[in-house]
Unconditional design. Sequence first.
Length: 238
Amino acid sequence: MFHFVSSECRAGDPHAFLVYCRLAIPLGYRSIVVLAFWLAFTYNMVIMKKPHIDSKKKDILQAAMRLFATKGIDGISVKEIGEAAGVTDAAIYKHFKSKQAMALEAFSHYCGSYTRLIDYMTGQPGTFRSRFHRLIDEVLRMHDEEQYGMLLLAQQHEIFVEASRSGERQLSDALIAFIEQGIERGELPEQDARLSAVLIIGAFNQMALSSLHGELPARLEPLAAEVKQRFSHLLGQL
């Protein structure tokens, strides 16, 4: 209906838009147009700005996670994290109360991702072998996309130990339940499911460390077939 809108209006200047309404829009339409504009303006200011904040927090978290995984929590400072993320110390404290809080959030994020993956596979149809092999494929893929996540889970810092005792479902809980399901269904022989889970998680963590140090390839997905064979033997699947 209205073909002319000034550049200021297009840029989202509310005062320019109100002037435009008085001059160019018939009286009967003004209230509707003004309401629509303010809804769009509010959306732009509140909703569209949020991804920027979340993106900056994500950059900080990823930088911290890389440093935590390779140097340990106690081996780095907030200043180093800020330099790696390209932000100031003040920007970091805007999102995180402390370095420890940052480490805990990073740990919880990756622990939750792997835990949900195992729980998902536990609930899928099919044999234990087929689902377990799919799980291995996915874990190796996740490592190759973000190797530092698995390295972070291998850390034994007291913050992570405390988090594992918080009562929240952990990676080991999910894997134990998955193995116990295979035993209950007669697809796996009787065994200590907790011990088997610890051995498998430890093997994945060591693979990530060996990959980081060049003892194994940077990408672990090409090793999937052999990993499946070794882990299947560990669980008693010949």
